[in-house]
Ligand binder design. Structure first.
Ligand SMILES: *Cc1c(COP(=O)(O)O)cnc(C)c1O
Ligand SMILES: [Zn+2]
Length: 420
């Protein structure tokens, strides 16, 4: 199987352009990367992956941010606003309270538009430019639209975003709006938006930049590469486990691909590959269901609900790439309640790290797995926090302290403080 951790490096097909090609993960058909617009396999409609004739090792990486990893990417440079190189925060109190040997927070909210989506867009929008397409489009729970609007503008392209009406956090709409995207508010959920935008893309109306687009996932591989290098520098070893929120499972797929390629390049041994743990909200947990049932496919959930709007997704499009990633690394998937998510958001905030609700799912999931004894106390773990607190100001205000009205004089303020 092409997605196994021990898969051999494939022979370079005629379709390759400068050692880069697209390959179907289901039937193995290969395609030229930058000639025609294509999101899935012409033969069987399977998901595509970018493949390389030469895979880099750690020694090949230089510089900072996503483009440090240019040798692992399909282009030499992107449409960039200096994405990547996000902090890998220490959180000593949280580490103690969860009870693991080491806990680090990879805070993707520190990217230019405030989420990891920038890593995908710097590559995806550059590929769009290479293909010569006019208009870019995505369906989004919010952050993809913010990133697409910003990177599309930077690349001088028109952008169109489809959002589920009433279900997108305020900060994200504000971004898409100011960066000049046309915003279509769909009377339906994210999965309905994605169905529509896929059909628009198939009809040639726009170039699709959802995570179904294999080039976007190439940029997102760099999260995994940064975590590996960060742990190696600080502990002399790679992490035992990486815990991340799951929506469409793009990151889960991308991190696994990063590890698989390092194994193929001989830069990482199979037993050094971190276990991947996907966390979903209880109200939107089709991946967790598939992992728990040992199923090869994910059953689409039609009704999804969670406060963590970024992962309010019932039909994770990258499941065929992500399920092998979780299984082959010896990881797992778990769901958490909205209350557990909010509690984890507060835990992170107490360490000075501000995240939106979906991001906190990783920490909530780790705490639960540790309590269940599935994560051991001697493990070194990285939790991914995917988006910034300011993305969802309403959720932050609801989870935090209420402002206290006081009179406009010092005496009155002192009195108020003493009356606690
Ligand atoms: C997009 C997004 C996710 C989901 O990521 P997938 O790669 O689709 O699983 C999680 N959290 C935030 C904040 C996001 O913006
Ligand atoms: Zn195919």
């Amino acid at each position: 199987m092409s997605l196994s951790l021990s898969a051999e490096q494939p022979a370079t097909p005629d379709a390759a352009d400068d050692g880069v090609w697209l390959e179907c993960i289901e039937c193995g058909e290969t395609f030229a990367p930058f000639e025609d617009v294509r999101y899935t396999c012409d033969e069987c409609d399977g998901l595509l992956e970018v493949r390389y004739a030469d895979l880099p090792t750690f020694d090949d990486f230089e510089g900072e941010g996503v483009w440090r990893y240019a040798d692992a990417l399909p282009l030499e440079e992107g449409v960039t606003t200096q994405e990547g190189a996000t902090p890998l925060y220490e959180v000593p109190r949280l580490e103690d309270s969860v009870g693991v040997e080491a806990l680090r927070i990879k805070h993707e909210g520190m990217n230019p538009t405030g989420s990891f989506k920038d890593r995908g867009m710097t590559v995806g929008v550059a590929v769009a430019r290479e293909l010569g397409v006019g208009r870019l489009a995505c369906a989004s729970t919010g952050n993809t639209s913010a990133a697409l609007a910003a990177y599309g503008s930077r690349g001088g392209m028109e952008t169109l975003v489809l959002l589920p009406a009433g279900k997108v956090a305020a900060g994200k709409i504000a971004q898409a709006s100011l960066h000049g995207a046309r915003i279509l508010e769909v009377d339906g959920n994210f999965d309905a938006c994605l169905d529509i935008v896929q059909e628009l893309a198939e009809a040639g109306e726009a170039y699709l930049l959802n995570s179904l687009n294999p080039f976007r996932l190439e940029g997102q591989k760099t999260i995994g590469l940064e975590i590996l290098e960060g742990f190696r520098d600080d502990y002399g070893e790679f992490p035992d486990r990486i815990v991340l929120p799951v929506g469409n499972a793009g990151n889960t797929s991308a991190l696994y691909k990063a590890f698989r390629e390092l194994v193929q390049a001989g830069a990482l041994s199979e037993d050094e590959v971190p276990k991947l743990v996907g966390v979903q909200a209880e109200g939107a947990a089709p991946m967790v269901e598939a992992i728990e049932n040992g199923a090869d496919e994910v059953r689409r959930w039609d009704d999804v609900e969670t406060r963590a709007t970024a992962i309010r997704i019932g039909n994770p499009v990258n499941a065929p790439k992500a399920l092998p990633g979780i299984r082959e690394t010896g990881g797992t998937a778990i769901s958490v309640s909205d209350e557990e998510i909010t509690e984890a958001q507060r835990d992170l905030a107490r360490e000075g790290i501000g995240v939106e609700p979906a991001s906190a799912a990783s920490v909530a999931g780790l705490r639960k797995l540790r309590a269940e004894g599935i994560v051991d106390d001697d493990e070194r773990v990285a939790c991914l926090t995917t988006g910034h607190l300011l993305k969802d100001p309403d959720a932050a205000a609801a989870a935090g302290n209420d402002p206290e009205p006081v009179p406009a004089d010092t005496e009155g303020v002192l009195e108020h403080l003493q009356n606690e």
